[in-house]
Design a protein around this ligand. Sequence first.
Ligand SMILES: Cc1cc2nc3c(=O)[nH]c(=O)nc-3n(C[C@H](O)[C@H](O)[C@H](O)COP(=O)(O)OP(=O)(O)OC[C@H]3O[C@@H](n4cnc5c(N)ncnc54)[C@H](O)[C@@H]3O)c2cc1C
Length: 432
Amino acid sequence: MRHFAVVGSGPAGFYTAEALEKAYGDRARIDILDRYPVPYGLIRFGVAPDHQSLKAVSKRYDKVAESAGVDFIGNVMIGRDVSVAELLDLYDSVILATGAPHDRKLGIPGEELPGVVGSAEFVGWYNGHPDFADLDPPLHGTHAAVIGNGNVALDCARILSKTRHEFEGSDIVGHALEALDKSAIRTVTILGRRGPHQIAMTPKELGELGHLEAAVPVVDPADFPPVQADEPLEPGLRKSVTLLRGFADLPQEKPKRMVFDFFAKPVAIEGDGKVERIVVERTILDESGGARGTGETYQIPASLVITAIGYSTSPIPDVPYGGGKFVNESGRIADRLYAVGWARRGPSGTIGTNRPDGYEVADQIVAAMPADQSSDRSGAEGLKRLLGERGVMPTDYDDWRKIEETETANARPGSPREKFVRHEHWLQTIGR
Ligand SMILES: Cc1cc2nc3c(=O)[nH]c(=O)nc-3n(C[C@H](O)[C@H](O)[C@H](O)COP(=O)(O)OP(=O)(O)OC[C@H]3O[C@@H](n4cnc5c(N)ncnc54)[C@H](O)[C@@H]3O)c2cc1C
């Protein structure tokens, strides 16, 4: 028998477990460990609550968790409750699928002012992440700004602009729904250092903005190159740019505006004890497609600033780390130690991108550890003994099911569930 520990129960962890299960069948036991008693990583805590069809990918992960060779072991944090070296003693291979949960910093003055929040915090707040339940983002002012030109920036701008009615069918948590319902924000400026051709926004997410109940997207046609310049663009990007261009023709009578401010580089955030404005430098594209400052500056009012400029992985003691992720070569960190997903390649791609990633690493493991040979490592049995000695109480997949059933039973009308937003409430629900 082989024993594998997959650390992290987001998409990358589940795809890797699926691949290992397929490769080894009943000759391996695969444990998916997570710091929380609830699985799925960013499917639960990142993907927007009004994108339920995407969240449905978790049904596929359920099948993996329910298969005979796979166990979910929650409420165990690697690097705190147990070390990677200890896991390597207990398991044949350890695969780190811990994601990239930390917001990258802008590195400009004023970034620490109250009212400046990272997208991981803001997204975690509306998605029921226990670390951000008390975020209380300032929604009292009329202006907010989102810094970044990717889909996460669009998620944040859209969530700030939707009506209560538009959240029907979503699983946005109650505290966020109530706060957003009372929000005074009327203008959300989306700042990008470069232009429409350099966005990382996909057509589906952009297209939605043209159909919101109370908000309209606003672009300045002067920011766009001549339409012929769109021809050589990759088809997805060309579609996104076409959608953006079309925003210029939308009627502007709705009460809320989402303003795309391109060629706009934040250089400082200012305010008296809290954020009040962003100082922005106008840019132009240089020869290599980068943003070059022109020296011309202007100000944008904002009592809430959300930075959505990328993420980094949490370091884990004794695991080589650099550039915001674990140092690895095609997923291999060291002998029997691997990384997959965002912990391997940084925060890029879609949920599906993590699948080939996990399968590729599983192939490497199979090549190094033939399925017809076994080892005498103790796997989950040894891990649970160690955790017991340390007073750590792991949870299992049935515990998660109980939490899920309770969340479903607690749902307000029109919502699939009402998520618990405190770690202790998860544990109380399962009698810990
Ligand atoms: C705001 C946001 C919205 C997104 N929306 C979409 C979308 O609409 N469509 C799309 O295709 N993609 C979307 N993505 C991208 C998608 O979520 C990622 O591609 C995917 O979640 C990365 O998977 P992962 O398994 O590497 O990391 P994660 O999903 O982050 O999973 C990491 C897991 O590891 C656990 N963990 C971390 N550290 C430890 C530790 N020390 N010990 C134990 N467990 C640990 C975490 O609790 C978590 O469960 C979005 C991302 C974000 C941030």
